[in-house]
Ligand binder design. Structure first.
Ligand SMILES: [Zn+2]
Length: 132
């Protein structure tokens, strides 16, 4: 028995099997590919991962929705209107969040949030447009 234990521990050390649970850091025994000490820890770890990625998507969606509402708050006459950068920023518009780009044949690029877009003009003016 004692010989067996020694042998096991030698094998273990030579294979560098000292592993710890990804969730709670306690030492793991058993299969080489085991990453968690228990089902509880595996579930807890995976739930946290899912929660993080869900939060990321939720936060970006919220930013996009807010930007969209801001563009929608301008009263577009015949599908477009003009405003200033200051006005957009005052409303909380974040220029980093768009859903698509549209470049015309002439090379003008519109930045879109769903069906509402904006086009930077000279002197910090912006044209807000609605896609047909
Ligand atoms: Zn654990």
């Amino acid at each position: 028995m004692a010989a067996n234990r020694r042998l096991n521990s030698t094998i273990k050390n030579s294979l560098n099997l000292e592993r710890t649970c990804l969730e709670c850091n306690t030492e793991i025994r058993g299969r080489v590919d085991k990453k968690f000490c228990s089902d509880y820890c595996r579930n807890a770890y995976n739930n946290k991962l899912n929660k993080d990625s869900k939060n990321l998507v939720r936060n970006i969606n919220n930013r996009l929705r807010k930007n969209y509402r801001i563009l929608d708050s301008f009263h577009l006459k015949e599908g477009k209107t003009r405003t200033t950068k200051t006005r957009l920023l005052d409303k909380g518009f974040d220029f980093e969040f768009i859903t698509s780009l549209y470049t015309t044949k002439k090379g003008t690029t519109y930045f879109f949030l769903y069906d509402l877009g904006y086009l930077p003009l000279d002197n910090d003016y912006y044209m807000i447009v609605k896609r047909e």
